[in-house]
Design a protein around this ligand. Sequence first.
Ligand code: GLU
Length: 281
Amino acid sequence: MTFTTRFAPSPTGPLHLGHAYSALLAHDMALAVGGTFLLRIEDVDQSRARPQWETQIYDDLRWLGLDWPEPVLRQSDRLPRYVQTLERLRTMGLVYPCRCNRADIEAAAGAPQEGVPQFGPDGRIYSGTCRNRPLSEAGATDVLRLDMAKALTALPPRSFTETGPARTGAHRLDPDALIHAVGDIILVRRNMGSSYHLSVVVDDADQQITQVIRGADLFDATQIHVLLQALLDLPTPTYHHHRLIRDEAGKRLAKRDDARAIAKYRQDGATPQDIRTMVGF
Ligand code: GLU
């Protein structure tokens, strides 16, 4: 299969140096082997996505010298596809409705205990209060969760290959870690019709992505993605989690870090080569 990768920004703020590094790395890696670089707009969370940020993404990436095949896939156009995928997990009896709000989840978690993780790659680890609620009880404001322990009983052992510098090698899914350090992840968020995890897995499969190149902050989420691929009979790409671009204080750049927005550097007269140099190419 030809090397196919993607850059998948969410249009919820300006692209900054961290995004530039990710996009340039994925683009250059594809180019080096005659592969394909795709752009995907991860706007499934419509409450946070804004058209002006999407326009700015195209503009900044073109300015950086990148190109990609059209049409660009946008998650907001694909809700029926996510619903159809969720249906498979529902039929397998792995999905339940959860009405707990943040305060309920915190209260149910109780006081922190030594050695017991409280947060995982999907946020606070859910204690399972609603786990036995039937889907027929799902209310309009409920989220839908995956019953992790049940999902694992349905699953053959699965692993993924990581080629990023920090954790190169084969990583086998660890059922114990998935139950205790990840928990019952959200498949459908309130008012969203899907979730990042569900959408990204479906999109990577539909776009025939062979290499997922993204920041090291998403390494821990990869076990969720590989688990969903296994449950849904989807192929597992090779993963490459790259170093994160940090500010002078060593802090990872955040979405709201407008001071390091590519647009700001452009305004100040930087060239695309300056950006490459700043991120360490
Ligand atoms: N949309 C995610 C972000 O902007 C990237 C997800 C991914 O590459 O899997 O952080």
